[in-house]
Design a protein around this ligand. Structure first.
Ligand code: SF4
Ligand code: SF4
Length: 345
């Protein structure tokens, strides 16, 4: 039986295993379309994408246009204004080749300043409500890497669905956000179930995330093999980890306890304006984006800023996880340079 989850007050019955549309950017269009078709035929009925994922909306639209299976689509705009969000929504509708998007999200609202913009006059929330009134979307969502912001979002309950980071390396949402979101009857989509590619054991990652009740997962995939691997875990009758998987989980937690960045941004502001969490996660960002990652202006800007680290240590005094930030940024810059050298060869 394919396990479904009522997505909070949306009432949508979605498969607990959804599809994350980031990695299909880095493969050929033909392969991307095949992967999307494959997961939909398998039975996945929730596909997540975003305006910020370059060609992902377009590729999903191409895959779905001649399919009859009923799927729910979630997409996102990072624009904080009503006008900007509605422009992105208009583009998304065209690329996805649909008249309506089921869930449209404010994307990556990870500071209170940005959240205030979103819910303030002329903010993106107004845009979402207008779009819903016009029948262009059904439900309002918000995604964030900050549990503090999400606590407030859940409390305010302007949105029907939230998206939160959740994995065995980042389990905090189980205490801080997920229980209250359930109380408010919000839909809960979880992202970063593999912690941005840090967790390599799919079975351990998915079993852990699927063991949390009421949440829906949207792991990103870029191949049919990955789709099948995830599907096989999802279809297991129960998600008890084997001893070997528990050992892998514990070893991964131990390995990353001093270097895994939770993207909370408590370390900011950096006097050199270094986007610390981007630099801490630059390896997985580049691996996820694949070829062309170095051409993205924001990636280039983050790396260039990262080179200005003076090792002043201000960030470390604010990081609740005591991460040796300058050291990790330096190691990541060395890795970036090695990748750039290989690209030039
Ligand atoms: S140590 Fe580097 S990253 Fe941290 S605050 Fe100082 S300059 Fe910024
Ligand atoms: S370096 Fe520490 S404080 Fe900064 S975003 Fe990562 S976990 Fe949070």
């Amino acid at each position: 039986m394919i396990k479904k989850q009522r997505l909070g007050r949306t009432g949508l019955e979605v498969t607990r295993l959804g599809f994350g549309g980031i990695p299909i950017q880095r493969i050929s269009e033909e392969d991307a379309v095949s992967v999307v078709k494959h997961v939909v035929k398998q039975g996945v009925n929730l596909l997540d994408t975003a305006r910020g994922y370059t060609n992902s909306e377009e590729r999903i639209g191409k895959a779905l246009k001649d399919m009859d299976e009923k799927v729910y689509i979630s997409s996102k705009s990072p624009d904080k204004t009503a006008e900007g969000l509605l422009k992105h929504l208009d583009i998304a509708l065209g690329l996805l080749q649909v008249n309506k998007i089921d869930i449209y999200n404010c994307h990556g609202i990870s500071s209170f300043e940005n959240y205030d913009k979103v819910i303030g006059p002329g903010g993106a929330l107004e845009g979402l409500k207008k779009a819903r009134d016009k029948g262009l979307i059904d439900f309002l969502g918000l995604t964030s890497h900050s549990l503090d912001v999400l606590e407030k979002v859940v409390d305010d309950a302007h949105f029907d669905v939230i998206m939160v980071c959740h994995s065995f390396l980042e389990p905090k949402a189980e205490e801080k956000v997920i229980p209250t979101a359930i109380e408010q009857d919000l839909g809960i989509m979880t992202m970063k179930n593999f912690s941005g590619g840090v967790i390599e054991n799919a079975s351990a990652a998915l079993k852990y995330a699927l063991s949390t009740p009421e949440v829906v997962l949207i792991p990103g995939i870029d191949s049919i093999d990955q789709a099948n691997e995830n599907w096989d875990v999802f279809m297991l009758p129960d998600y008890t980890m084997t001893e070997e998987e528990i050992a892998v989980m514990e070893a991964t937690k131990e390995e990353y306890k001093d270097k895994f960045c939770r993207r909370c941004d408590y370390c900011q502001p950096c006097p050199e304006e270094i986007p610390i969490q981007a630099m801490m996660g630059i390896r997985s960002i580049i691996k996820r984006m694949g070829e062309g990652a170095f051409d993205r202006p924001w990636v280039k800007a983050a790396v260039e800023k990262g080179r200005n680290c003076t090792e002043c240590g201000e960030c470390m005094s604010r990081c609740p996880y005591d991460l040796p930030i300058p050291e990790l940024i330096d190691a990541n810059l060395k890795w970036v340079d090695s990748q750039l050298t290989q690209t030039e060869k």
